[in-house]
Ligand binder design. Structure first.
Ligand code: KIV
Ligand code: ZN
Length: 514
């Protein structure tokens, strides 16, 4: 059976970043973009250049590192947005302008305050202008699935006539059912004049938990591009999860005659990078990339697995990059073996960074009986994420237990200057966060505090996630350590650093002793 190519359009850094608290720095975006590119993603939507200077610069920086993927920037229908987008994307070898306008009656009336004929004119004008900058123009009908069918067809026809080469039909509010969405694509492709000149694209939100099912149905209806995000990140309930779509086509290839370019063993690594930089942990039972996606707990399942893995597994963990938990080296392992291990895990560190990581690895070996691959990944990811932060935790001492009040004493380095503070709290974590607030006063509110163990056992490293918000923006971060309280302090400080980088925390160092 011949398999049609379905383009994977990744929007983790645009629609994904629109999740409150998932803001990414330019360095984060570059790291994710390199991994998506290496994994075989066809189009990478790196941001919305007209939204802010930060977004503009990030899109530009991502473009400069892409080897194969097409760089895409989002733009509203106005000329200023389109021109700004065109300026940002030209850093890439291959680039696309993605321009959109709402088409549904509810959006036309309440969001745009425009009549249908004005929207139609804007479609032609925006695509015509975008085509002046590139031959690769995508046009989207925002809220397409709640748009009158005839009007949607007129808009799609106008966009194609003006030169759009990709037509995206988003289920913006996650309202569709698979049958409806598939039939919508069939109808548009069969009846819109000029439809054969464009690639149709699906873009589904997960409000009813149907984003992946709808995306696959769209392909059955004729779509040949799917817009999706790693870990299903995105507005509200998220976008369709990239890893689930890729594996659905791979596992059910006999029934779904479509293929993607994605090298699926890289899925896990990208998933972990996105989780780390956004601070959005992957739920344990998440399909494909969840920690438990390949664990078999019940006796009956384990027995079946031992006899023949296919009794309960439709794909192998290694197909998605989930390695079996393996015991790595201990305190006697040398720097060379450690370097080799890192390379096996996909990390190449420069000499200084390698020395730091090795030092932390040795410290971990002193504190933890068994060190697993996951521990090393957590340790190195943590170092990559926080090595250059303006505020760093140098030392922490906590008094906790039944005899309150709990107190924390913390040494921070803020822009190279040491600051020491002590504070009490309602429990040790509260005391730590209060001490940080004393040392680095700020207005941020704590929105989320979560602890996960990296591996099994009471000596497991803890990964702590913290989300802070200030001035209507939020930032999340994670940190890991064998001591949950140290990880908590470092995660809080890391979130503060991110908020600061976004210009929302207004931190000042408080000198002197408490
Ligand atoms: O969900 C949506 O409609 C979008 C468009 C901007 C493509 O994200
Ligand atoms: Zn969207």
């Amino acid at each position: 059976m011949t398999h049609d190519h379905v383009r994977i359009f990744d929007t983790t850094m645009r629609d994904g970043e629109q999740s409150p608290g998932a803001a990414m720095t330019m360095a984060d975006k570059i790291e994710i973009a390199r991994q998506l590119d290496a994994m075989g993603v066809d189009v990478i939507e790196a941001g919305f250049p007209a939204a802010s200077n930060g977004d503009f610069e990030s899109v530009r920086a991502v473009g400069a590192v892409l080897e194969n993927a097409v760089l895409c920037g989002l733009s509203r229908a106005g000329p200023k947005d389109i021109e700004r987008c065109a300026e940002a994307i030209k850093s890439a070898k291959r680039f696309r302008i993605h321009t959109f306008i709402s088409t549904s009656p509810i959006h036309r009336k309440h969001k745009l305050n425009m009549e249908a004929h004005q929207v139609l004119d804007a479609v032609t004008a925006s695509v015509t202008l975008a085509r002046k900058f590139t031959d690769d123009v995508e046009w989207s009908a925002e809220d397409a699935t709640r748009t009158e069918r005839d009007f949607l067809k007129r808009c799609v026809e106008a966009a194609i006539r003006a030169g759009a080469t990709t037509i995206n039909i988003p289920d913006t509010v996650g309202y569709s059912f698979p049958d409806e969405y598939r039939d919508l694509f069939r109808d548009l492709i069969q009846s819109v004049p000029g439809a054969d000149k464009a690639i149709f694209s699906a873009h589904c939100h997960n409000d009813l938990g149907l984003a992946v099912a709808n995306s696959i149905a769209a392909v059955q209806g004729g779509a040949r591009q799917i817009e999706c995000a790693v870990n299903g990140l995105g507005e509200r309930a998220g976008n369709a999860a990239l890893e689930e779509i890729v594996m659905a086509f791979r596992v059910r290839g006999a029934d779904l005659p479509y293929q993607t370019n994605i090298d699926s063993p890289q899925l896990m690594r990208v998933s972990q990078t996105v989780a780390r930089v956004t601070g959005f942990p992957v739920q344990f039972n998440k399909a494909i990339v969840g920690k438990n996606a390949f664990s078999h707990e019940s006796g009956i399942h384990q027995d079946g697995m031992l006899k023949h893995t296919e009794t309960y597994e439709i794909m192998r963990p290694e197909d998605v990059g989930q390695g079996a938990t393996s015991l790595v080296m201990g305190k006697l392992s040398g720097r060379h073996a450690f370097k080799k291990k890192l390379e096996e895990l996909g990390y190449t560190l420069a000499d200084n960074a390698l020395n730091d990581a090795f030092q932390r690895f040795k410290e971990l070996c002193d504190r933890k009986r068994h060190v697993f691959d996951e521990d090393i990944v957590a340790l190195v990811d943590d170092q990559i994420a926080h090595g250059d932060d303006a505020i760093q935790v140098s030392r922490l001492r906590v008094v906790a237990g039944t005899e309150g009040p709990q107190t924390a004493e913390i040494d921070l380095t803020i822009n190279g200057e040491p600051v020491w503070k002590t504070a009490r709290g309602n429990g040790p974590v509260d005391a730590i966060f209060n001490a940080i607030k004393e040392a680095a006063p700020h207005e941020a509110d704590l929105e989320l505090y979560q602890v996960h163990a990296v591996t099994e056992g009471t000596d497991a490293q803890a990964i702590v996630s913290v989300r802070l918000s200030a001035d209507g923006r939020s930032a999340s971060a994670r940190a890991s350590d064998a001591d949950t309280l140290v990880a908590s302090a470092r995660a809080y400080v890391a979130a503060l650093n991110r908020l600061n980088a976004l210009g929302s925390a207004r931190i000042s160092a408080q000198h002197s002793a408490a």
